[in-house]
Ligand binder design. Structure first.
Ligand SMILES: Nc1ncnc2c1ncn2[C@@H]1O[C@H](COP(=O)(O)OP(=O)(O)OP(=O)(O)O)[C@@H](O)[C@H]1O
Ligand SMILES: [Mg+2]
Length: 506
């Protein structure tokens, strides 16, 4: 699959500028670049979602044009989009077979066979679920696996993955890589988009770097080291990139003595078991653990988004009514949720409105909100997070995936909370802006905020946190502080808890 001289414009922006790109059979091709560089747009042109303004597509040696995504799919081009686009209310099995359900000889859907086949397919991907349940009851990671299994099981010649691992845990990522390698060995062309560089080196053969809609480099990945790749993506000299190091965190913070947040005995049937935490002003408390260990649930419980069986939460000395989001917000708790699509962004509203939405009460005086104050706040965050948009009035739905996330992050930061709960704050955010977000977290802590940090990026968790509480199966199983906050210790704590469990369960 090839594109030559491709140009795609949107009002006010050239998303792709004279791009030439080829995905070859039996090759895994990494497509990288900053948020808004044009990766998703290129994919959408390859798959018939967008039509190029200039240039053309070549598929298996023949010029082609795809009128619709379905036409591209029929030609053997399968895509897993950045956002899972399945049907949440339908069963897992139905989602997997949509459009090609097995039929009985009367032409009705053969549910028995559909369920058996779906179950078998998903097991190959390491997913064990009741395939009759609605898809939306699955975690985001499992949903992504369903999307992947679906894309691959149609007869694909080209498989395109736009940030497929953003919600997967390490074990699922390994499964995915196994699938990718099998596809490559079968002579399928794989295009792989990710902001996680170590993943690219694990699975990709070739790399193409996009910057501001232009191809700035194509070649074998093994010949381009990590720093060179970053400098190509950012368009900054190698020396400058090298001087910056891996993360932007500055190290330990000076923390106040009295905790700003006390959470005691948080308990919810089957999910949380007697979890107690305290966060001091100026402290970044990391929550460690694997997917399903209860990290997100703990954050949600503190933010009032999850009803509790029992437990007490106190913010700055005042007890909070649990299970109420408004009460938590009034008390000064902000949560950046994990599932941004479902719990946050309003695509039809502007960047400005999306940022200012929640901060309005704070920005108003005597019930009046001054436009200039809103403008100032919006402008500050657009600059600091380097949000790429034509301006504050562009609709958020038109921004690239990573830039939408930055808008959501800006919204919660603009609220000036006392306690900030961040669930995967840098997921999907490019390497340049990631450093910016990390710097911001540091500065917020220095301003006296209490921060709870959840990150599946272990490096980020370790370097960003002053202390780490380790969860497993909804319970606290360990705590690391001071010099013990290291990757090894974290892995040990998680593994030790697993062993203990194996012993007690025989
Ligand atoms: N439907 C649209 N309308 C207007 N502008 C758009 C639209 N889709 C994309 N753009 C713009 O095109 C540019 C490229 O966006 P694209 O989504 O391709 O970036 P990306 O490389 O996938 O970024 P990310 O890493 O954040 O996913 C951005 O400036 C974006 O705002
Ligand atoms: Mg994208």
């Amino acid at each position: 699959m090839e594109v030559r001289g491709l140009t795609k414009r949107f009002p006010g922006v050239v998303a792709l500028d004279d791009v030439t790109f080829a995905a070859r059979a039996g090759e895994v091709h990494a497509l990288v670049g900053e948020n808004g560089a044009g990766k998703s747009t290129l994919i959408k042109v390859l798959t018939g979602v967008h039509h190029p303004d200039q240039g053309h597509l070549v598929h298996q040696g023949e010029p082609v044009s795809f009128a619709t995504p379905l036409a591209a799919q029929h030609a053997g081009i399968s895509t897993i989009y950045q956002e899972v686009n399945l049907i949440p209310l339908m069963s897992v099995a139905r989602n997997l077979c949509l459009g090609r359900e097995p039929r009985t000889r009367f032409g009705l859907i053969d549910f028995g066979r559909m369920h058996r086949e779906a179950d078998r397919t998903l097991r190959e991907y390491g997913v064990q679920v009741d395939v009759r349940r609605p898809l939306r009851e699955l975690g985001v990671g499992a949903q992504q696996m369903v999307a992947l299994a679906r894309a691959v099981s149609v007869d694909a010649r080209v498989v395109i993955m736009d940030e497929p691992t953003s919600s997967l845990e390490p074990r699922e990522v390994e499964t995915l890589f196994g699938v990718i390698r099998r596809l490559r060995d079968r002579g399928i062309a794989v295009v792989y988009v990710s902001h996680r560089l170590e993943e690219l080196y694990a699975v990709c053969d070739t790399v193409t770097v996009l910057r501001d809609g232009r191809v700035v480099h194509t070649g074998p990945l093994a010949e381009t080291d990590r720093l060179t790749l970053v400098s190509l993506m950012l368009g900054r000299p190698l020396g400058e990139v090298r001087a910056e190091g891996v993360t932007k965190f500055s190290g330990a913070h000076d923390t106040g003595q009295e905790p700003v947040l006390f959470a005691e005995g948080l308990t919810r049937r089957h999910q949380l078991h007697d979890i107690s935490l305290r966060i001091r002003p100026g402290e970044v408390l990391g929550l460690g653990g694997l997917l399903g260990s209860g990290r997100s649930e703990t954050a949600k419980a503190i933010a009032g988004a999850l009803p509790l069986g029992s437990g007490r939460i106190t913010v700055a000395g005042t007890a909070l009514r649990t299970g109420s989001t408004p009460a938590a917000i009034r008390a000064g708790i902000s949560l950046l949720p994990e599932d941004r699509k479902a719990e946050g962004i309003v695509p039809g509203l502007s960047v400005r409105e999306n940022i200012a939405l929640a901060a309005l009460p704070r920005l108003s005086r005597f019930g009046l909100v001054s436009d200039t104050r809103i403008d100032a706040v919006v402008d500050t965050f657009m600059k600091r997070l380097r949000i790429k948009a034509s301006g504050p009035h562009q609709k958020v739905g038109e921004l690239s995936g990573g830039n939408q996330q930055k808008v959501l992050l800006a919204r919660w930061l603009a609220m000036h909370p006392k306690v900030l709960l961040l669930d995967e704050p840098t997921r999907g955010i490019d390497i340049g802006a990631k450093a910016e977000v990390q710097k911001l977290i540091d500065e917020l802590a220095e301003d006296g905020l209490g921060v709870l940090l959840i990150s599946s990026d272990v490096e980020e968790l370790i370097e960003g946190s002053d202390r780490v509480v380790v969860l497993r199966d909804g319970a606290v199983v360990g705590e690391l502080s001071g010099d013990d906050v290291t990757e090894d210790r974290l892995m040990q704590a998680i593994a030790a808890a697993a062993e203990e469990e194996a012993v007690t369960h025989g």
